[in-house]
Design a protein around this ligand. Structure first.
Ligand SMILES: [Zn+2]
Length: 414
């Protein structure tokens, strides 16, 4: 990389001013933000971003899925595009940094490179992906770009079919038009994303930048422990076939097994239903929803086996029958090794500490995993808080992330 490039930095004041203007749109007044996709506040934020892009003299682009971007031709018009960004939508009563930081940093990187007059081998595009959070469909805009949108998903959006269609209309989009957002593989040189960590690992270790190795994969099951209903007063403890005891014992043992043997994995039972469901009947059936996550495909398979074996053991121990129904499975999405190394070099050059870690949350980057090389970095979240008004990242950390993004773009394509 050219020596002068390595000294280039983003404009902190300009980026902060833009970030704060954006954070005021949909502000809940307590530091938080309420900007679900295609709500009034979200549409206002999109309009604001468009005006920022145009006022700064960039080409504004939009596609059939409502993704918005600032485009910069750096050289050959037919050269592929290096894409970077995140999302401007939020969960209901969420935080100011989730997604918005990534879009504002991407736009600032574009402005900085534009001002420097540097010629690159690719064109650059700072993007705001539609509905990352899944008000209607998770990773909606990035899935559309990757060509992963499915007709059946659009029949069952989280918001309900009618709300979804009305929301599309509010944003000036049509259902038929969504598919046109699909981009050809060769048109993209890569995708980079800066995001807040939404966890405590960086803060605890006092490390500046997290370089994401993978977005975790997951498995989920409905497990049913089946025993026998009995009078809860007159049946002795020893004589019961109590499905609730088996389920509870499984939940505690799963926690122990994961903490002992799978330190970088998590398991969660998020819902449990007892039937018949009365305080004076021994529960005949306990249905629970289990989900577990791992950054490694082999480990995910091992964890799956261990948890299923544990469920069987617990059923046997309490004299129960076990039914298991797989509900979903998604393999981990790996980040490009080259881009991880380039992030590391950028951090070292900027005097920042970095660590390789996996993301436990989903992000737009994973949509593009089979389209182009992807890379992602995290900056520390104070107290790990996210999806809540107390979500916060120190400005210095935001700025560090933006400069790592800038240096990495330059290293990858100059
Ligand atoms: Zn996000």
């Amino acid at each position: 990389m050219n020596e002068s490039f390595s000294k280039l930095r983003v404009n902190s004041e300009r980026m902060m001013a833009a970030f704060e203007q954006l954070a005021a749109i949909g502000s809940t007044g307590d530091g938080g933000l309420n900007r679900p996709t295609f709500s009034e506040a979200h549409l206002a934020a999109r309009k604001w971003f468009r005006a920022e892009v145009e006022n700064a003299g960039f080409e504004f682009r939009t596609d059939g899925a409502g993704n918005h971007s600032a485009f910069l031709f750096c050289g050959d018009k037919n050269a592929p595009t290096l894409l970077f960004g995140s999302h401007l939508d939020s969960v209901p009563n969420g935080g100011r940094f989730d997604g918005a930081l990534g879009v504002m940093a991407a736009f600032e990187v574009l402005r900085t490179i534009n001002e420097s007059g540097i010629n690159l081998k690719v064109n650059l595009e700072a993007i705001d992906f539609t509905d990352e959070e899944g008000t209607h469909l998770s990773l909606f805009g990035s899935s559309a770009v990757a060509g992963h949108l499915r007709d059946e998903d659009m029949q069952k959006p989280y918001s309900g079919r009618e709300n979804f269609l009305q929301a599309l209309a509010r944003a000036g989009l049509t259902e038929e038009g969504l598919f046109s957002a699909h981009r050809k593989k060769k048109s993209l040189a890569g995708y980079l994303e800066l995001h807040i960590e939404q966890g405590k690992r960086l803060e605890r270790a006092e490390i500046n930048i997290g370089i994401v190795s993978a977005i975790v994969g997951y498995g989920s099951y409905r497990l049913s422990f089946i025993g026998r209903a009995d009078h809860a007063g007159s049946t002795s403890m020893a004589d019961r076939l109590d499905s609730g005891q088996g389920a509870a014992s499984f939940i505690l043992s799963a926690r122990e097994a994961v903490m002992r043997d799978f330190p970088n994995c998590v398991a969660n039972v998020g819902k449990i239903d007892f039937a018949p469901g009365a305080s004076n009947i021994v529960p005949a059936r306990a249905d629970l929803l289990l989900e577990f996550r791992s950054p490694d495909a082999d480990q995910l398979a091992r964890l799956d086996n261990v948890l299923m074996q544990l469920a069987n053991e617990k059923a046997e121990q309490f004299g129960l029958k076990l039914l298991s129904e797989p509900l979903g499975k998604h393999l981990p999405n790996l980040m490009s090794a080259d881009i991880q190394q380039t992030f590391q070099k950028s951090c070292a050059n900027l005097g920042l500490s970095s660590v390789i870690l996996a993301s436990g949350a989903i992000h737009d980057a994973q949509s593009l995993v089979d389209v182009c090389p992807i890379g992602m970095i995290f900056v520390p979240s104070v107290d790990g808080a996210s999806h809540a008004p107390r979500e916060f990242t120190q400005w210095e950390d935001c700025l560090n992330g933006a400069n790592v993004l800038l240096q990495t773009v330059l290293r990858l394509v100059s």
